[in-house]
Design a protein around this ligand. Structure first.
Ligand code: NAP
Length: 284
């Protein structure tokens, strides 16, 4: 089983598949999920300051026995740490929580606050070797182009909600000229039963001897998306990774493309995002 790797616009090679730890409690839960994944061959973990479990991710990376350079770790800065000067201090604090030497990919978590000042500090952090690649998360308004046009270092990745009900084809066209790749959050709709049980997935699961979730994850891989489904269940962690020994046909990819219906699970407007995300400061 050979997992796939994508080459980003700065030449860095990102494992296309990993594990996310959103809503996984800090401490043993996060550490054991990461150790279990790394032990099975996962080489990519997606965390964030806001998830409050970066220390546990760092512990797992250090204790896994896998060489640091073989593991890709992404984390995200919360708007409370945006601003030129302030963001560099936030990156230093993140590095001291993670204790893994450098961050493979650092994202601005939300499109609110002083994101332009934050981006300038992130570019400096790349020059200083603290961070290897930088990108954005949830920038779907015109603020996406505002950052991309001003950037000296163009965003390597854009992490957004993306699954068969919301395939982000327009957004992919908008970022194509910057060479930015899409990272899909909620790749299986946060476990939504309606999405997972779509008849087309059941039919293809039967054909390939796979589960419906594996068919969805395989679709993401062939659609060029980076994915990191979350699980704390070792059976699911193993199952989710077991998607590199089969391929959907072009016709099957088309069948899944036709599920795109504009349905998203997170629907806050930009104004609501401004209000919600400016109120909270994650603990250090
Ligand atoms: N940038 C952002 O704003 C943002 C927002 C949301 C998420 N994310 C990132 O994206 C990652 C993935 O998103 P997500 O965790 O919210 O949703 P998800 O990966 O789409 O779904 C996770 C849910 O599906 C279940 N699940 C996992 N594998 C399964 C399987 N094989 N069969 C059945 N159920 C399965 C999990 O339960 P079990 O644990 O019981 O397996 C969990 O309840 C996050 O962890 C995070 O890293 C980023």
């Amino acid at each position: 089983m050979k997992q796939t790797v994508l080459t980003l616009n700065n030449g860095a090679k990102i494992p296309q598949f990993g594990m996310g730890v959103y809503m996984v409690p800090a401490g043993e839960a996060t550490k054991q999920a990461c150790l279990s994944a790394l032990g099975m061959g996962y080489r990519h973990i997606d965390t964030a300051h806001a998830y409050q479990n970066e220390r546990s991710v760092g512990e797992a990376v250090r204790e896994s026995g896998v060489p640091r350079e073989e593991i890709w770790v992404t984390s995200k800065l919360w708007p409370s740490e945006y601003g030129e000067g302030k963001t560099m201090a936030g990156i230093d604090k993140m590095l001291s929580r993670l204790q893994i030497g450098y961050i493979d990919l650092l994202l601005l978590h939300q499109q609110v606050g002083d994101y332009m000042g934050a981006w300038r500090d992130m570019e400096k952090a790349v020059a200083q070797g603290k961070v290897r690649s930088i990108g954005l998360s949830n920038f779907e308004s015109e603020r996406l182009e505002e950052v991309c046009e001003a950037a000296t270092v163009k965003p390597a990745a854009l992490q957004v909600e993306c699954h068969p009900y919301y395939q982000q084809n327009d957004l992919k066209k908008r970022i194509a000229k910057y060479g930015t790749v899409i990272e899909s959050w909620y790749p299986i709709g946060h476990g939504d039963a309606g999405l997972i049980n779509e008849p087309v997935f059941t039919e293809l699961a039967k054909k390939y001897g796979k589960t419906n979730v594996q068919i969805i994850l395989r679709w993401h891989i062939q659609a060029g998306n980076v994915i990191f489904p979350k699980s704390t269940n070792p059976k699911h962690i193993r199952e989710n990774f077991d998607i590199f020994d089969f391929a959907l046909t072009a016709a099957e990819m088309e069948q899944i493309a036709s599920l795109d219906c504009g349905k998203r699970f997170y629907t806050a407007t930009l104004e609501e995002q401004e209000r919600n995300f400016s109120r909270w400061t994650p603990a250090d």
